[in-house]
Design a protein around this ligand. Structure first.
Ligand code: ZN
Length: 163
């Protein structure tokens, strides 16, 4: 698809990067999120807490805003980052519960990617939020929740990435 708007506003790189991210999202949705696979998930670039955040969910469309700094992250790390956001969409009940989103990613079999993302961003231990009411899981906690075959997958991913 060609959209001349992006050529004339100098936003071509944003456009190309968005398509790449949306391809990753498409793969994740079809692999692990059957109940929301028909949602239209779009990428927007800008300032986002924790590198990526859902900024709008309505009708059949969700907008994930990502920091430009994540653009050159390796593909498995981006699967981890984006799956956390997709779990927020899938859970709906509480968009702001980070612990539930992390657990949901792991339950869907994407834990090795989530652990890779946490290690890549140097988050070894849990990050406690709101006086312990919520938390992001760190690499160590996620690893403990994985099956032995997932731990093997994680170790393979990490050695591929030189982590
Ligand atoms: Zn989150």
């Amino acid at each position: 698809m060609f959209d001349s708007k992006y050529m004339t506003t100098g936003k071509l790189d944003d456009y190309i990067q968005s398509r790449k991210f949306e391809d990753y999202i498409y793969i994740l949705l079809n692999k692990a999120y059957p109940e929301i696979k028909d949602r239209n998930v779009r990428i927007e670039w800008g300032r986002a807490v924790a590198n990526a955040a859902i900024i709008r969910s309505q009708n059949k469309t969700d907008i994930i805003r990502c920091n430009r700094t994540v653009r050159n992250w390796p593909e498995p790390v981006l699967y981890g980052l984006l799956s956390h956001e997709l779990s927020h969409i899938a859970l709906r009940v509480n968009l702001h519960n980070e612990f539930q989103a992390d657990r949901d990613v792991i339950e869907r079999g994407l834990g090795p990617y989530l652990a890779t993302e946490r290690l890549y961003t140097n988050k070894q231990t849990d990050h406690i939020l709101r006086d312990g009411e919520d938390r992001y899981l760190g690499y160590i906690s996620i690893r403990k929740l994985l099956s032995s075959s997932e731990v093997h997958q994680l170790d393979t991913l990490m050695s591929d990435l030189g982590l």
